[in-house]
Write a protein that binds this ligand. Structure first.
Ligand code: ZN
Ligand code: FE
Length: 255
């Protein structure tokens, strides 16, 4: 049975995500920007937290971890490479490792670029990927620590996941990301359709920013760095994918 997914808005534009395995009763949270809204959501759902999964060391993803662990006794999973700058870990992870939440196994991907040591969690049975500040809805995270090459390698890994994988990122930046996407890819009909829909409500209670990989592949300007039409419209028809990505990322930084 797939996880039940619940998005918890935190701070000004962050999301924590709850995944609940109905068969075992296990519940995990991915990132804890602050503890209180997560605890309220757990209480409202009637779920007991068993696991805390951390994507990267930035404060807006980990500030509530210690408080939530103290309140629930949940196990904490995070990147071994970042152990020196994360709350204490029960399970230190690297690419290729697995996490278990109830009866389901998740795979750990290194998605460095925004930070070095950023990881993502892919749960193939439930078709969910938690990408935080690597791949985001219509965007990607800023390059604070890694290079364009590192981020491109990370995005390429995520692009290779099954098309129907639902991408759950760490923030709702969709408005700003949509404006940038239109500025570089204004003739893309899939992009226009997505932006029109993004003003509407969904019937499953999840944020509009959550979308399947197939839609990101069709509309996310950074993933479209592979597209000959995108390269041509940027005036760099011969450029490699990574150079095209780097150019798009630099344009977005100044946008
Ligand atoms: Zn971050
Ligand atoms: Fe963040």
């Amino acid at each position: 049975m797939p996880f039940m997914l619940h998005a918890v808005p935190c701070l000004s534009d962050n999301y924590a995500y709850l995944i609940h395995d109905p068969a075992s009763g296990a519940t995990a949270v991915i990132d804890v920007p602050e503890a209180a809204p997560v605890q309220q959501a757990l209480a409202a759902q009637g779920w007991n937290l068993t696991d805390i999964l951390i994507t990267h060391h930035h404060d807006d993803h980990i500030a509530g971890v210690q408080e939530l662990r103290a309140a629930t006794g949940a196990r904490v999973w995070g990147a071994r490479a970042d152990a020196h700058r994360l709350p204490p870990l029960d399970h230190a992870l690297a690419e290729g490792d697995s996490v278990t939440v109830g009866q389901e196994t998740g795979h750990v991907l290194d998605v460095s670029g925004h930070t070095v040591g950023h990881i993502a969690f892919h749960f193939p049975d439930s078709k969910l990927a938690f990408t935080a500040d690597s791949l985001m809805a219509l965007g990607c995270g800023r390059l604070f620590e890694g290079t364009a090459q590192q981020m491109w390698d990370s995005l390429t890994k995520l692009m290779d996941l099954p098309d129907d994988t639902v991408i759950c990122s760490g923030h709702d930046y969709i408005k700003g990301n949509a404006a940038f996407a239109l500025s570089v890819d204004g003739d893309n009909p899939d992009l226009a359709a997505r932006i029109t829909r993004s003003g509407a409500d969904r019937n499953d209670g999840l944020p509009m920013a959550i979308a399947p990989l197939s839609l990101e592949l069709a509309t996310n300007p950074f993933l479209r760095a592979t597209d000959p039409g995108m390269k041509a419209s940027l005036g760099m028809p011969q450029a490699s994918d990574v150079d095209t990505f780097a150019h798009l990322r630099a344009l977005k930084d100044k946008f």
